[in-house]
Design a protein around this ligand. Sequence first.
Ligand code: ZN
Length: 309
Amino acid sequence: MAPLYFRHPASIEHDTGAHPERAERIAFLESALAERDWLGWETRAAPQASEQQLLGIHTPEHVERVRAACAQSQPLDLDTPVVPASWDAALHAAGGACALVDALLGGAAPTGFAALRPPGHHAGPNRAMGFCLFSNVAVAARHAQAAHGVERVLVLDWDVHHGNGTQAAFYDSDAVLFVSLHRWPFYPGTGAAAETGGGAGAGCTLNLPQHAGSGATEWLAAIDRRALPAARAYAPQLILISAGFDAHRDDPLGGCLLDSSTFGAMATRVADLGAELDVPVGAVLEGGYDLAALTASAIATMRALAGEV
Ligand SMILES: [Zn+2]
C-alpha cells in the first residue's frame, strides 16, 4: 500500500498571473516529483468537493459569492485574484483534502498529501482572503466528522502565516485541536498566544507565535515542548498538517529561516506521533512561494511522512 498524492490539472488552470501564489508552484513541484518517480507514491485525481462538504464549514452566501466572483474574474480581495477556472480549482482543492481523509480513514493509504491550489487556511466560513477561496483543511476535518464519525481531529498548521480561517471554523468547537506555528505579529494579524478557543472549544486552539528570523531551533522546540504534549493530551483520531512551506529561508514572503530539512524534521515528529497514537497522518498544501524551496520542502515532508527518514 503506497502513500497517496492527490492532484488535479485544475490546479494549473487557476491563473493568477504574476502573483506569488501561482500555477508554477504546482508545475515545478510535480515535474520534480515526476523525475523522482513520485517517490514511489501513487497519484490520484482529486475529486470536486460536494456542495454538502463545503457547507459543512462555509455559508451558502460564501459559496455563491466565490462562484459568482470566479465567473466574473472579480478578485475576492486585493490578494485574491480569480478567473473562471478558479471555481473548478477550488472545488478540487477542497475535494482533494476530503478524499485524503477518506483514504486515510478507510485504510486505503498509510499517509498522503493533497497538493492542490488555491490554498485554504485563510478562508473563513463567510470570507475568502489571502489567496484562499475555501478552507480546505477545515472542510476535510468536518468531512471526517460527518462521514466517518471522527470526534477529534488534530490540525497542525506550520504555514508561516496564521491559519485564521481554520481557527475561525472551529474556535468554539472541541472537534478540532488547532495548533498553529506562525510568524507573529504578521499577516493576517490573528494568532496571538492568548487566542485559545471559546465555549466548548476552550483550550482547543493553541497558537505558538514565532518571531521574524526564527529558525529550526525555535520551531522544533515549539513542536516538541508545546504541540506534541497538547496533541497527546487531546488524543486525536486523525492528524492533518496544513503544510505551507513559506517559513523556508528562501521564501520571498515569510521572513523566517527554516530549511527543507526542518520541514522533514517536523513531519517526522508528526509521523512518529501518528504511529504512537495509531492514527493516520495526512498533509494538505498551503503556501510556499519560492519554487525550489517549496519543492525541496514538500519532498522532505513526503519522505518523512512515508517513514523514509
Ligand atoms: Zn502562508
